[in-house]
Design a protein around this ligand. Structure first.
Ligand SMILES: *Cc1c(COP(=O)(O)O)cnc(C)c1O
Length: 491
């Protein structure tokens, strides 16, 4: 595929036929209108193409990309579900897209952005209701930034109480961002080993607890896709040493409308709107990792906060900067605003019942796939899973086939590969998350194709080492391909 630069031809542009040399506009140049010192010395090196060339070029490029609009994405830990287009329509409304982020700070500006402020206020309220929290901030722009914000809130709470806290405990089944965020907030990270059944053990936690523990960061369902059954016992133990409870809610898909983390006793939760609430995940953004808190952490939330004035006649919604205990602003302006609009549209369209049903189907689909595969791929934690499960390909190691080979063979069948070698506590791990938006037919087709690959692994293992054979590139050295990228238009 040629680049737009290689396709460029002089004077080819837009939808206008090329201008004849004798045109009455042929002598018109920018120099007639602009002062000398503002003129470029050389013309910009922009490609010159007709609209049709541009449309074909970018449509062609998009077809080289794998996307959830095109095919199934069983990527565990990432929630690559289909996001309905009505939410995109809401986010594209010109009243939102054309509002300048500084508008609210002009004199009288709040009057002009009442709708945008209401979106923030309403989304925060609905997320509070869904999660049983006292308040939410929408500012963080990713799950990991939500974690850091949460860890900073925990630090602010302990500082205000003069608590000497230095440590945060993270289970070994945590997403890698949890210990990283805790460390970034200045804490020593203590690793909590999971039990043989993949769950966090309240007794093992008790052994690590002392007065210096600031918090426990829990992920539930954890990265094995298991529900942490001992949450109430964990909450009780942490309360005894005035440690806070952090809930990594990136996987809210599995529990929406079925459990509220605030009701269980958690103090901080982050969500990934770009996994659960109708913004596509992946491709580098934009994301949103809102953080919800219990009442004792509300004073520390980042500012400004959107408030609703019940008394005044004019502006109903306003921005409050008077937050003496706030940890400060964690993002420029108000975070990724378009993502909230999509989340709000999704929340309102599905309603409480629809959200619960989405979670039910996410869990049902994962268990359906688990059952179809478990006789062929070991499922080390074989209890009912939540929205995802981890399988192990160690049985194929003897014939020289590894999880990587199976994942590469799936590419040839037209699928995105599942997550592999994560979580680290499962050997030769393949992790599947089908999500609630896939039909039984899609799941069956995927399972059939995967079972065929596993049969080939037994009969003709060498063939799998060659995969993928049908894509523009074959098997790459993935580290070098990422670090020493050679961009080429010769595909
Ligand atoms: C995806 C994920 C994160 C990180 O979210 P980002 O938006 O990628 O920073 C954290 N925890 C869990 C459990 C996740 O699945």
């Amino acid at each position: 595929m040629k680049t737009v630069f290689a396709q460029s031809r002089p004077n080819r542009q837009g939808v206008m036929p090329a201008r004849p040399a004798s045109s009455k506009f042929s002598g018109v140049t920018a120099a007639m209108f602009l002062p000398e010192e503002l003129l470029r010395k050389t013309p910009p090196a922009l490609p010159q193409l007709a609209e049709l060339d541009v449309v074909r070029h970018f449509t062609g490029l998009s077809r080289l990309n794998y996307s959830v609009d095109g095919n199934f994405y069983p990527l565990g830990s990432c929630t690559m579900k289909y996001n309905p287009k009505f939410a995109e329509v809401a986010a594209a409304l010109p009243g939102f897209t054309a509002a300048h982020p500084l508008l609210a700070q002009l004199p009288g500006g709040e009057d002009m952005v009442q709708g945008s402020l209401e979106v923030i206020w309403e989304t925060e309220k609905l997320l509070c209701e869904l999660n049983g929290m006292d308040a939410f901030t929408l500012q963080p722009m990713a799950g990991a930034q939500g974690e850091l914000t949460g860890a900073l809130l925990i630090a602010a709470y302990h500082k205000a109480k003069n608590n000497k806290k230095t440590k945060i405990i993270c289970p070994d089944s945590a997403h890698g961002t949890n210990p990283a965020s805790a460390a970034l907030a200045g804490y020593e990270v203590i690793n909590l080993k999971s039990r043989d059944d993949g769950l966090v053990d309240p007794d093992a936690l008790a052994e690590l607890l002392d007065d210096e523990v600031a918090a426990l960061m829990m992920t539930c369902p954890n990265t094995l896709g298991l529900f942490e059954k001992h949450l109430p016992a964990l909450v009780q133990k942490l309360r005894a040493v005035d440690a806070l409870l952090y809930y990594d809610g990136a996987n809210l898909n599995a529990i929406m409308g079925r459990m509220r983390v605030g009701d269980v006793g958690f103090d901080v939760v982050h969500l990934n709107l770009h996994k659960t609430m109708s913004t596509p995940h992946g491709g580098g953004g934009p994301g949103s990792g809102p953080v919800g808190v219990s009442a004792r952490l509300t004073p520390f939330l980042p500012g400004p906060r959107v408030v609703k004035n019940t008394g005044s006649a004019d502006s109903t919604f306003a921005l409050n900067y008077d937050l003496p205990q706030s940890i400060g602003q964690v993002t420029p302006f108000y975070g990724h605003f378009g993502v909230y609009i999509k989340a709000l549209a999704y929340l309102l369209r599905l309603g409480g019942e629809g959200l619960s049903r989405a979670s039910d189907y996410a869990v049902l689909n994962a268990n359906y796939m688990r059952k179809r595969l478990e006789n062929h791929l070991a499922v080390p934690y074989s209890d009912l899973c939540m929205h995802e499960f981890a399988a192990s390909a160690t049985a194929y190691e003897a014939s020289g086939v590894r999880a990587l080979d199976i994942a590469k063979a799936l590419l040839d069948k037209g699928y995105h590969a599942p997550t592999i070698y994560f979580p680290l506590i499962v050997k030769e791990c393949l992790m599947f998350e089908p999500t609630e938006t896939e039909s039984k037919e899609t799941l069956d087709r995927f399972c059939d194709d995967l079972l065929n690959i596993l049969e080939q692994a037994r009969k003709d293992p060498d063939a799998l080492h060659a995969a993928p054979v049908s894509l523009p590139v074959r098997r790459l050295d993935e580290t070098r391909a990422a670090r020493e990228m050679v961009l080429s238009d010769e595909l």
